[in-house]
Design a protein. Structure first.
Length: 317
């Protein structure tokens, strides 16, 4: 009934829609006490009504100015202790994504997106900054809650749908924040962050160099995330990189890391080998580089074959 009444309103100002949204946002933002949780919480009903506004096709244009506020509201409740509120916030966020990108998940220009939905940029940045804060400066191995992991994953999925725009540097700060996600202790966040980095960058070779120059075996999660991002860039931006004849440069960067010499982790060694294998398949990668790497790879397997052997004992009957 609410959306039917709001959809019938005419005129550019839409005072009824403005009043309804502001009141619903106020109710949804009221603090709720966990032990008093019940099915008909007013905050939950407010969330459901706000979601219905963005689902209604006749309100697609009039509700556009309220996207930043609705997104901020949903992000604030992603980690709520009350399940019903947390669930409603996720449903609202999904509906906002469908309203912005369509259910098919099409990508749009970053400049167009942040111009049309003013305020969303700051909302997303603040959320990423708060989510990536560690409990203390000395805590390198902190683990995020499951709800926080899910919320970061959803925000990265939204950023994944933005296309870099020539001459627009508004995505640079997001690349910086998403790069921090590459060292998350959660594997799925590292994978999604890698895809997002590849999607947001408009200078793949420069980004590739930056990723590899800051990775080392002393921090395996970070190394894994950076290798995943490097592989994503090589796959997604292959045409651009091959047009620049960047294959040799990429191989040199990977080769110089010498990860097969003293890396104790087989997971990151595998990602490294796959990255090198991929670039060696490019037509503009120099031939002798392949021979050098194959020789180094052979030494790697010989070393580990000698170090890790299966002990067999024989019993004489």
């Amino acid at each position: 009934m609410l959306t039917t009444i709001l959809a019938a309103e005419r005129g550019k100002e839409r005072p009824l829609l403005k009043s309804a949204f502001n009141n619903l946002e106020r109710v949804a933002s009221l603090p709720a006490i966990q032990h008093l949780e019940k099915i008909d919480l007013p905050q939950v009903n407010a969330f459901i009504c706000i979601r219905s506004i963005f689902v209604e096709s006749r309100l697609s244009e009039p509700c556009a100015p309220y996207v930043p506020s609705a997104m901020n509201l949903s992000l604030k409740h992603f980690t709520s202790d009350i399940y019903s509120l947390r669930n409603c916030s996720l449903m609202l966020f999904t509906s906002l994504q469908n309203r912005i990108f369509g259910k098919a998940g099409k990508s749009i220009s970053a400049r167009l997106f942040f111009t049309k939905y003013r305020g969303v940029r700051e909302v997303l940045l603040n959320f990423l900054e708060d989510s990536l804060k560690k409990p203390s400066d000395n805590d390198q191995g902190f683990v995020l809650s499951q709800s926080r992991v899910e919320s970061i994953f959803l925000v990265l999925n939204l950023l994944l749908r933005l296309r870099p725009t020539p001459g627009y540097d508004g995505l640079d700060i997001f690349i910086e924040k998403v790069t921090h996600c590459l060292e998350s202790p959660h594997w799925n966040i590292r994978e999604m962050a890698a895809k997002t980095i590849s999607s947001l960058t408009d200078d793949p070779l420069d980004q590739f160099e930056a990723l590899l120059s800051t990775a080392s075996i002393t921090r395996q999660n970070k190394l894994h995330g950076h290798l995943l991002a490097a592989k994503a860039i090589m796959s997604d931006k292959r045409d651009v990189l091959e047009e620049k004849k960047a294959g040799t440069r990429i191989f040199e960067l990977l080769y110089s890391m010498k990860l097969l010499t003293n890396n104790p982790c087989f997971v990151t060694s595998k990602e490294y080998i796959e990255a090198v294998e991929y670039v060696l398949s490019w037509k503009n990668t120099i031939a002798h580089a392949k021979k050098d790497f194959v020789a180094r790879l052979g030494n790697f397997f010989l070393y580990h074959n000698e170090r890790y052997s299966i002990a067999v004992s024989y019993t004489h009957l």
